[in-house]
Write a protein that binds this ligand. Structure first.
Ligand code: GLC
Length: 743
């Protein structure tokens, strides 16, 4: 079995690659160079000439929205044998959390707080995608999201830049392997650069206004980590950033990404975004859009054909220097050389079946799902459940939905095949009676275009009469059981792109059903399937056991059953704050204190109609065992600016079963050039401990952790100051010490 090279070195040296690229570049006409910067959409919804025609003319360098190995080879044959340049194509697709073996959605993977698990998941995704004939995935999505109303929060790693940076590097390593072009791997794409998650009101695509210090201290770190991990490509974000669209934003794409970070790959736009520079009121016309995008550092035009229509003329009349075009073409050719496409442009059409059948893929998906789940409540230790239970009722339409189990951002043409919650529970207890009642259906109030184009689409609306009979049937079924498992949350199309919402409540009549079932007085377990934080305020007070399962992927049903019946001990932690109301968003832990902090006698409530305290805080999650943290110590009581200290703590499993704890280190700078957040995550480690076992965990604290971009100074600084340090199992950590930093 040709396991991809994960430790080897690239067969090409950078000098070899560059020499090869220069030799290729010399052979290209102007039109052929422009073609390399054109990415053509192969889906039916894309207007304009068909891929075969454009490719044969040398008008495209890459293809997206196609998922068919035979078609890949057919189009590649046209490029390699019939186009003027004979240069092979790149095939790209959104492989966000699995190709055929679907892993938990990225927000769930982040909840594992386990870079090795995340890297492993994306490695499997890469192997399957490459076997299908794909070379390039539009992932990882690295947008920090602090507003749970934003639908695309599901695709990222949540609200924190430190966790987000660790997740970014792990995903890039998983997708790309030991080097760009490694066999069985794909080229990754850090997206959407930058600030997309901060759109006003969490409304997808809306403009973003962020200060430079917010960008540099919060939104940039995951992208910088991706560059440092060797990511091959970037994607510009759709929206205006401080009134300049990211797709035409020279400061972002040239000054920061290339000038400061030294990124050597290429930048692709988001879908139709080059052409939409006109729509957004930035470019005068398509020609102006082409000129300003390429000049700003945007290399590849995704699907808008603006480059195809205008770049040749812009070069010929001298508006754009030929060198600017050549520099962009060099970066695309370099990726094709590194992928070995000139030696092997085609895909073995029998490979995919072998790769997706590897049993370890589903085993890895099941383990990743187990490790991503977060135990939110377990009053009276109701969980884990006994396997001698005889009669269970499962309620909720999500409980038997393959789409809801696999979640948003399914790969083009993928047919969900997940093990649902109901199937997983029945497999776990084959001798028990496990009844099922869907209860009233849930649907978006307003559909999106994506529902027609991608799996997870909306269901036929349910009449009030049908909903009522489904409600009654659910209660009747619940009456017969010893225990009820409610599976509630959101459908796959209720988060993701064009899936923002104003409320964070359980959609539809789900909470009504939950209340009625709880009123029966039987034990109730709530399993959440969702792509964003939900304001499950009533459940948090009245349902004894609550498991956040997110959208757990192909093996989701087995993984939930593993946890509910104790074959796996939950150890996940929330990568994002759960607000009590949608209107409290954006809500996040790493915010600055004020002159009227909560501990002040002069404290004034932030809202008089209810305090915006989180329902569940960042970093929170329970286990079936308990842990104690002791002996917090710092290697020195003070260090000089620029030096490092080591922070250590002992972690003990004080319970009766083995389990994982995610030990978290938070800092607060008491004074300095700028006001800094009350708490910031600056270290974490997930460790497994046997009952009674104690292990030390240590973290380094130095300029990388203590420095920041100062709004006041307009540059990176590290202050001489006093740092509060807390170590604990979530962002409310209380075990405290301090570190003095001297000039
Ligand atoms: C979409 C998304 C982007 C995706 C691209 C290609 O609209 O914004 O994340 O990679 O188009 O499908």
């Amino acid at each position: 079995m040709d396991n991809p090279d994960t430790t080897g070195t690239a067969p090409w040296s950078d000098a070899d690659v560059q020499a090869r690229v220069e030799a290729l570049l010399k052979t290209l006409s102007l039109a052929e160079k422009v073609g390399q910067l054109v990415q053509i959409g192969a889906a039916d919804f894309v207007p304009g000439p068909k891929p075969d025609v454009v490719i044969r003319q040398g008008g495209a360098g890459s293809v997206l929205w196609l998922n068919d190995t035979k078609r890949f080879n057919a189009l590649q044959k046209i490029a390699v044998e019939e186009s003027p340049s004979k240069i092979p194509l790149l095939f790209a697709l959104d492989v966000i959390h699995g190709y055929r073996t679907i892993f938990p959605v990225p927000l769930a993977l982040a909840a594992s707080w386990d870079p090795a698990t995340i890297e492993g998941a994306q490695s499997v995704a890469a192997q399957e995608a490459r076997a299908a004939g794909l070379h390039w995935t539009f992932a990882p999505m690295l947008d920090i999201a602090r507003d749970a109303r934003w639908g695309r929060i599901v695709e990222g790693a949540g609200e924190d830049p430190y966790l987000g940076a660790a997740v970014a590097a792990a995903q890039v390593r998983g997708f790309q392997g030991a080097y760009l072009g490694a066999p069985g791997r794909v080229v990754a794409c850090a997206k959407h650069f930058a600030g997309y998650g901060a759109s006003d009101g969490g409304r997808d695509y809306d403009p973003v206004y962020l200060s430079e210090n917010q960008l540099r201290n919060v939104y940039f770190p995951p992208f910088r980590a991706a560059v440092d991990a060797g990511v091959g490509t970037f994607m510009s974000a759709y929206m205006d950033l401080n009134d300049v669209p990211a797709t035409g934003n020279r400061w972002l794409l040239r000054d920061v990404l290339r000038g400061e970070w030294g990124f050597g790959g290429f930048v692709v736009s988001d879908a139709f975004a080059v052409g939409n520079l006109v729509t957004q009121g930035f470019a005068r016309d398509a020609r102006d859009a082409a000129q300003r995008a390429l000049s700003a550092g945007l290399d590849v035009d995704m699907a808008s054909s603006t480059y195809l229509d205008h770049l040749t003329g812009l070069i010929e009349d001298g508006t754009i220097p030929l060198e600017v075009l050549d520099d962009a073409v060099r970066t695309i050719l370099a990726v094709k050389v590194r992928l070995g496409l000139f030696e092997q442009p085609y895909t073995d059409e029998g490979l995919l079946a072998e790769v997706i059948a590897r049993p370890e893929h589903r085993a890895e998906a099941r383990r990743a799902a187990q490790r991503s789940m977060v135990l939110l409540r377990n009053e009276g230790q109701l969980l884990p459940l006994s396997k001698s239970l005889k009669h269970i009722t499962v309620i909720g339409s999500l409980a038997n939905s393959k789409e809801a189990t696999e979640g948003s951002w399914m790969v083009f043409g993928h047919v969900p095949a997940a093990v649902t919650m109901l199937e997983g529970l029945r497999a776990k207890l084959p001798d028990a009676t496990i009844d099922y009642a869907p209860g009233p259906e849930i649907n978006r109030d307003i559909p999106s275009w994506f529902e027609s184009a991608m799996a997870g689409g909306s269901r036929a609306p349910q009449s009030p009469e049908d909903a009522e009979s489904a409600y009654q049937a659910a209660l009747a079924t619940a009456q017969r059981a010893d225990l009820i498992i409610m599976v509630l949350g959101e459908h796959a199309n209720m988060s993701g792109e064009a899936a923002s919402r104003a409320s964070l409540d359980l959609p539809g009549r789900q909470e009504e059903v939950l209340k009625a079932v709880v009123a029966l007085g039987k034990p109730v377990v709530l399993v959440l399937l969702n792509g964003r934080p939900l304001s499950i305020n009533w459940a948090a007070d009245h349902v004894p056991a609550i498991l956040e399962a997110w959208e757990p992927g192909t093996e989701g049903g087995h993984a939930v059953a593993d946890i509910l019946f104790g074959d796996a001990n939950p150890g996940g932690k929330l990568p994002v704050t759960f607000p009590r109301k949608g209107s409290h968003a954006p809500l996040y832990y790493a915010r600055n204190t004020t002159h009227s902090p909560e501990e002040s006698p002069l404290y004034n409530p932030r809202y008089w109609d209810g305090l915006p305290t989180p329902l569940y805080p960042f970093g929170y999650g329970l286990s079936y065992t308990t842990f104690a943290l002791t002996n917090l110590a710092v290697s020195a009581p003070q260090v000089r600016v620029g030096d490092s200290a080591s922070v250590t703590v002992d972690v003990t499993n004080t319970g009766a079963v083995a389990g994982d704890e995610v030990v978290q280190l938070y800092i607060h700078q008491r004074f300095g050039s700028d006001s800094r957040p009350m708490r910031e995550l600056k270290g974490f480690e997930r460790i497994t401990l046997q009952p009674g076992e104690t292990r030390p965990v240590s973290f380094a604290l130095g300029p990388a952790e203590l420095g920041y971009w100062s709004s006041h100074a307009g540059q990176w600084v590290q202050d001489a100051t006093t740092i509060d340090l807390w170590v604990g199992s979530d962002s409310r950590a209380t075990l405290h010490t301090q570190l003095v930093v001297t000039a």
